[in-house]
Design a protein around this ligand. Structure first.
Ligand SMILES: O[C@H]1[C@H](O)[C@@H](O)[C@H](O)[C@@H](O)[C@@H]1O
Ligand SMILES: [Fe+2]
Ligand SMILES: [Fe+2]
Length: 297
């Protein structure tokens, strides 16, 4: 700040205050997530014995998510606004989608969003985190906004532009991706510098990345909420520790956030359906705290 002089003791006081805020924040959301699941937690994400629908989804996705496609998707995204509507309206619009990549839920998307948010709320987590749960999959609206299929909307995400990690689901299916035969794109660092930070890498295009770009300047949600949304499908990273050679110190904050969020997203899928109309007033109140009535999509 121009003209502001800070002596040593003012800096100490500031750093104490930051510590205090972190402790408070920590109490609120880093602590061990407690989420009930009505089935065994190890029975989620069983891809070896998943149905054909899931297997053929990933084969197609892994073959088609190339660097060239990802650049095109970002240019398309920036070139126009697809819709203007509020968050609740977006949730209703999404409701007709059946996610072909998901072995764990047959529920509608609005149910899944409310189940995630409700699990976070029951565990006493802050409002911004409940909102992150409520909206984290809204990027699947891409399907109604001219996506090429489900392969560029849903499923786990990974990095393009460098070697595909074998910690991805069905890693052998990347053989059909032309980038795996490109000398640069198939090397460990590819087009990236070591530890350049995830902000500087190109994630496979889909609902996480799209939703992050939609809300980053249109809501007052904190960085941790944006990270939860942007990386919630990046299982090879947040669950398997892959791609760490590209991450930096800031990403460790994102990682902590995504790991705190993940159990609510995954394990709430087995829970009882929610009463949408009963919950609506509560969540509309929360949405209004972080979003204007309508946003650009
Ligand atoms: O099946 C997918 C899963 O692989 C993703 O990681 C998740 O974010 C999607 O919402 C889901 O439905
Ligand atoms: Fe998702
Ligand atoms: Fe989800």
């Amino acid at each position: 700040m121009p003209g502001l002089t800070t002596d040593g003791s003012a800096l100490d006081a500031l750093s104490d205050a930051v510590d205090e805020v972190n402790v408070l924040k920590g109490k609120l959301w880093h602590e061990e997530p407690e989420v009930e699941a009505t089935k065994d937690k190890d029975s989620f994400r069983q891809y070896d014995n998943a149905c054909e629908r899931v297997k053929s989804f990933y084969k197609e996705q892994h073959e088609k998510q190339t660097v060239a496609y990802n650049i095109k998707a970002r240019v398309d995204f920036k070139s126009h606004t697809r819709a203007r509507m509020g968050i609740w309206q977006a949730m209703e619009m999404l409701n007709t989608l059946v996610d072909e990549s998901d072995p764990d839920t047959d529920m509608s998307q609005i149910e899944h969003l409310l189940q995630t948010a409700e699990a976070i709320r029951r565990d006493g987590k802050p409002e911004w985190m409940q909102v992150a749960g409520l909206i984290h999959d809204l990027g699947k609206l891409l399907l109604f906004f001219g996506s090429e299929g489900q392969w560029d909307v849903v499923g786990d995400t990974f990095v393009v532009g460098c070697a595909f990690s074998d910690k991805n689901i069905y890693p052998e299916t990347f053989e059909g991706n032309p980038d795996s035969r490109d000398a640069v794109y198939s090397s460990k660092y590819g087009i990236y510098e070591p530890n350049c930070g995830l902000e500087n890498v190109m994630m496979s295009w889909g609902h996480d990345e799209y939703m992050y770009h939609v809300i980053k300047d249109q809501s007052t949600l904190p960085y941790e909420a944006l990270a939860m949304i942007r990386y919630h499908s990046f299982y090879p990273w947040h669950r398997e520790n892959a791609y760490m050679h590209l991450t930096n110190a800031k990403d460790m904050i994102a990682l902590e956030a995504v790991r705190a969020f993940n159990p609510y997203d995954l394990y709430s899928k087995s829970n009882e359906p929610c009463d949408v109309e009963k919950l609506r007033p509560y969540y509309e109140g929360l949405i209004a705290k972080f979003f204007p009535p309508e946003i650009d999509w």
